[in-house]
Design a protein around this ligand. Sequence first.
Ligand SMILES: Cc1ncc(COP(=O)(O)O)c(C=O)c1O
Length: 388
Amino acid sequence: MFQNTSIQFELLKKRAFNLRWAAVPEGVIPLTAADPDFPSAPEIAEAISGFAKEKYYCYVAPEGMTDFKESIAHYFQTKRHVPVSPALAFPVNSAAHGIYLTCKAFLNPGDEAIIFDPVDFLFRYSIEAVNAKAVSFAIPAGIANVNFEELETLITPRTKMICLCNPLNPTGKVFTKAELTQLAKIVSQHGLLILSDEIWSDIVFEPAVFTSMASIDEAIRQQTITITGFSKSYGLAGLRIGAVIAHNQKHFQMLMDASLHYSTIHGVSVLSQVAATTALNQCDYWLKGFVNHLTNMKNLLVNELNTIPGFKCIAPEGCYVAFTDIQQTNLTSQALYERLLNEAKVAVVPGLKQWFGEGAEGHIRMSFATSEVVLREAMQRIKREVKG
Ligand SMILES: Cc1ncc(COP(=O)(O)O)c(C=O)c1O
């Protein structure tokens, strides 16, 4: 399933945008956006075509199809130890949209929300899109423990929300239960809301263990909005499907109002909901194989990166991205990105503020959701270029 021969490069060159195969010059290997090179599980295509063949694509319930809601609730109950009610879980057009909706529902103009730095750009832009302010909390650009006492000093009367990305893109950190418990205490003491983006929670490498924020205790659950998606675990990015989970009726209503699903939009594409439901119910075996493959690719990539002069890569505990410290090369991340793109013909993501915050400078990010053949070739090219 995860061999080089499984990858249809010609299709990717037509379809894979967002800095990837269809968006880079011919001959360039894009280890850029975190989107797998592999085709998704066959059960998903069968379910979509089975539904499509019935030739009815009616409006469905604006709060989501029953099967989807029950499947996502079951996933959280059984795999994340969170007592989710199907009634309070609903599909959205991507995790990114779920993040925006949560900001729209709970932040007023002038409010502040704390985001970790480095972290994926979606939090900052969603907060700013509702005219609130993103306040950066600097954390180590690796997997070291986070000191939440420093986060507490950033809380002001305007602070409404803390945005948690766990596992954390781009560093690959998986927060321990002890860290989350400490964070939960701060959130409770200050009466804040926590937006917990758990889209990466299926991609965790042993011995790291993922803990869902809402599993800590009932009190923190009541102050948490959980978001997940299907782009990372199942390769469904183009279907734009994710889920938002409220843990009480009041939050659910606020999120639904912000979504406009009841008033105008009337929910999410049925085919995307069918695909996601199938992923949850029938594709565990595929995900397991994918994580096995990714574990091997992570080991290979991290070992290779650490042989390159000036590169230092701490193995990620989760996410299929390697975040490499390149400060010893004496190049900025943008300069190294340009050199790798133009000379080595490998595209990476530079650690620019626009992608991951100020704390990402001096780093580059590479996705390893590809085949061993592609990864080895990319590494050979980079080594040749950097070793000169
Ligand atoms: C942390 C995080 N959240 C959300 C997303 C976006 O997911 P989706 O494709 O469902 O919008 C990504 C994609 O890279 C991500 O890394």
